[in-house]
Ligand binder design. Structure first.
Ligand code: PLP
Length: 418
């Protein structure tokens, strides 16, 4: 599942002692396992080997160019949601012919860049977007490939911020409205329909919502193929869940077993877009305990990382395991583990039982490989953490810790204030 473990008392990533990383790079620091990342990719590749398929890693989950590069070298395609992610993909050496571009608000500039680079296809989320893609492709004297994102109206049973495939969601189009989009493609000279796409949510631990969606997508795809015979791909999105604490998510094999029969019925090539599944358990955030503050009603462990570094507990009420980097016999305390940011939402855990840390000791926040660094900010003017990638017994910084100069880069005082 991942390559973080205790070697006697010391927490390691692959064969690297996490304490060594913190000593040489400082804290807070993200540590990624190259092996875990690529193993997770290979699990999907094996699970889907019965059908023609492409695995497009979702760049927004973990966007460092070293992470992208590691997966591209395994043969991964990429799922992107912005021009910035396209730039990252190209910088990491991705093949544009394996890139799919999703998102409800693509700008004209982003569309033009993606067409010039020759991406596989856009996932179209509205008629207005289709018209713009057609216009931009026309002005570049070319044809752009598209898939229409379908909102199958299923409830994936996850946090409300992580549902994207319900009728009330801003994402995708209902099947009844999507037919006319495929018909519109036929009437436009500079777009070609290549696929059908869906993405129903994130941290989905059961294959059932995918099966429920695909049961609707199979007859839908039959009608779409009659309208647009050039449709080749069925893209079922990402969203497959992982273990954070006590979840028992379906494995890649479980998902494959449940969905492949339906995919085969469509006769289309399969695309999946996992993000969290590949990256989530491939990273940790290492922080240092600064103070243990005891008040009459509570105990707080104050650490040097904050919600600006890892916002999932504050944003989704997410629960991450937190473990000592050096394990020792200690009394256990029940404490809130909090950061230095001036917000009451700045916590990593509440009422958590942990071996009482001493000031200066290191803690590892588990499951921090996806939607953690990529969501980090400079709030409270805190430089962003460093990122490190471990490979066997070696580690390398893949993003330097930001400096104070980085914080004010691009800012200036206007003349009238001089
Ligand atoms: C975010 C996103 C994904 C990845 O979701 P995970 O839950 O990380 O697997 C895939 N496809 C699209 C369109 C997305 O927006």
């Amino acid at each position: 599942m991942h390559d973080f473990y205790y070697k006697s008392r010391r927490f390691c990533c692959e064969s690297v002692d996490v304490t060594e990383v913190a000593r040489s790079i400082g804290t807070p620091v993200y540590v990624y396992s190259h092996k875990t990342l690529t193993d997770h990719y290979k699990k999907w590749d094996r699970a889907l080997s019965g059908v023609e398929h492409m695995i497009c890693f979702s760049v927004k989950s973990s966007s460092n160019i070293a992470v992208i590069r590691a997966l591209v070298r395994c043969g991964a395609g990429l799922d992107i949601v912005s021009g910035g992610e396209l730039f990252r993909a190209l910088t990491a050496g991705a093949d544009p012919a394996k890139v799919v571009f999703a998102g409800v608000g693509k700008t004209e500039e982003e569309i033009a860049l993606a067409i010039k680079e020759g991406i596989l296809m856009f996932t179209v989320e509205s008629m207005g977007e289709l018209e713009l893609i057609n216009k931009v492709a026309g002005s570049l004297s070319t044809e752009a490939r598209i898939a229409v994102r379908i909102n199958p109206d299923v409830d994936p049973g996850t946090h409300k911020y992580l549902k994207t495939g319900k009728k009330q969601s801003k994402f995708g189009l209902e099947m009844e409205n999507a037919y006319e989009v495929y018909e519109a493609v036929n009437a436009m000279p500079n777009v070609a329909a290549k696929g059908i796409q869906m993405h129903i949510g994130s941290q989905i631990t059961d294959a059932a919502p995918y099966v429920e969606s695909l049961e609707k997508m199979v007859p839908f795809s039959e009608r779409v193929k009659k309208i647009c015979p050039g449709v080749e791909y069925l893209d079922i999105g990402g969203g497959m869940g992982i273990v954070y604490t006590n979840e028992t998510p379906a494995t890649a094999d479980d998902f494959a077993k449940a969905v492949l029969p339906l995919v085969k019925e469509t006769g289309l090539k399969l695309i999946v877009e996992p993000g969290r599944f590949i990256a989530g358990n491939a990273g940790i955030l290492v922080v240092k305990a600064l103070y243990v503050k005891r008040t009459p009603s509570k105990t707080f462990v104050i650490v040097d990382g904050g919600m600006n570094d890892l916002i999932r507990p504050a944003l989704y009420g997410a629960r991450h395991e937190i473990v000592p980097v050096v394990r020792e016999e200690r009394e256990t305390i029940t404490a809130d583990i909090v950061g230095p940011v001036c917000e009451s939402g700045d916590f990593f855990a509440r009422e958590r039982e942990i071996p009482a840390p001493r000031s200066g000791e290191l803690l590892a926040i588990m499951g921090a490989g996806a939607y953690c660094f990529s969501m980090s900010s400079n709030y409270n003017s805190r430089p962003r953490a460093a990122e490190v990638m471990v490979h066997g017994g070696e580690f390398e910084v893949v993003r330097k810790r930001e400096t104070y100069e980085d914080l004010v880069r691009g800012e200036s005082v206007p003349d009238f204030l001089l």
